[in-house]
Design a protein around this ligand. Sequence first.
Ligand SMILES: NC(=O)c1ccc[n+]([C@@H]2O[C@H](COP(=O)([O-])OP(=O)(O)OC[C@H]3O[C@@H](n4cnc5c(N)ncnc54)[C@H](OP(=O)(O)O)[C@@H]3O)[C@@H](O)[C@H]2O)c1
Length: 326
Amino acid sequence: MMQAVALHENGGPDVMRLREHPDPTPRAGEVLVELRAAALNRRDTIVRQGVYEFPFPYVLGSDGAGVRRDTGEEVVVLPSVAWGDDEAAPGPDFQILGGPDDGTHAELISIAEENIFPKPARFSWQEAAAFPLAGLTAYRALFTRAQLVAGETVAVLGAGSGVSTIAVQLAAQAGARVFVTSSEQEKIDRAKEVGAEAGVDYTADGWVDELRGLTGGAGVDVVVDSVGSTWPESLASLSPGGRVVCFGATGGTEAQLQVRPFYFGQASLLGTTMGSPREFAALLDVIDRGDWAPVIDSVRPLADAAEAHRRLESRQHFGKLVFDVS
Ligand SMILES: NC(=O)c1ccc[n+]([C@@H]2O[C@H](COP(=O)([O-])OP(=O)(O)OC[C@H]3O[C@@H](n4cnc5c(N)ncnc54)[C@H](OP(=O)(O)O)[C@@H]3O)[C@@H](O)[C@H]2O)c1
């Protein structure tokens, strides 16, 4: 038996306990990875709450890095499972790791060989566990979907988010001018340390005008929106011909849009989710050429998973919450 954060019921953070869970048995095409570090995503909290109704028990966790047991290689786990061959969208068998299939918040995982990639040499175990889901999502959003190029301006909403911190770093590495929004000045300041030029407080009235003001009134070329309820403000922040790319609904699942400014402004509203194995390989290449590391908010053992979920849900964090598994 291994130790794992296995869910036996849905509910608040206290339903999670580190407990004994059967060792995984590799199916055809799978290999065992002994995890060294794992990381938390908003999805883990949504799964824990029971939004998807997976059969119990199952192990949470999409992000992990560790040692491949049969070869001793140091690897990271790609959390997009069965994306398929189409770059435009995942196929019908697509899943995100960590429910219903057992995830990474455990000592061991059995995972398809095609889902393991070499650990970036310049990252620690904790950094390697922190980037896969957030990095892949940010990479596809910025470059495949929004087609961001050097010299363009991009606004990343919610600077504290795990995906946002890495989106700031990737956009800055690509030569874009990056702005953020956040509920806290301290998080704006920290975003500036990792590549943002400036930021605005989205809890203040008139933040769209303030954001546009940062671009001399022109508006931004791209908005990265994981908030959902902010679609009207995101569209209003764009320069003519700009793009809003969205992949989350942290702030709510409904938004009411003004149709005329949308088409007069030649705007694009782009949906995206996760990314393909090819995009993950491209992200690894970008990481190799970069000099940044994922922003780690805090590190704790898997036994303190409930505390990590509480911290994420109360928006105290900046960057990724990581679990030390070894
Ligand atoms: N579809 C996909 O493939 C995919 C992949 C990854 C993530 N997601 C989604 O993307 C979102 C972010 O994920 P995550 O793991 O990075 O989450 P996270 O770390 O929990 O980030 C949440 C952050 O959102 C910001 N926020 C909340 N309400 C806001 C509002 N009204 N306006 C602006 N910002 C607001 C806050 O930023 P401040 O603290 O700075 O105020 C908060 O810290 C989640 O909804 C998640 O489900 C989707």
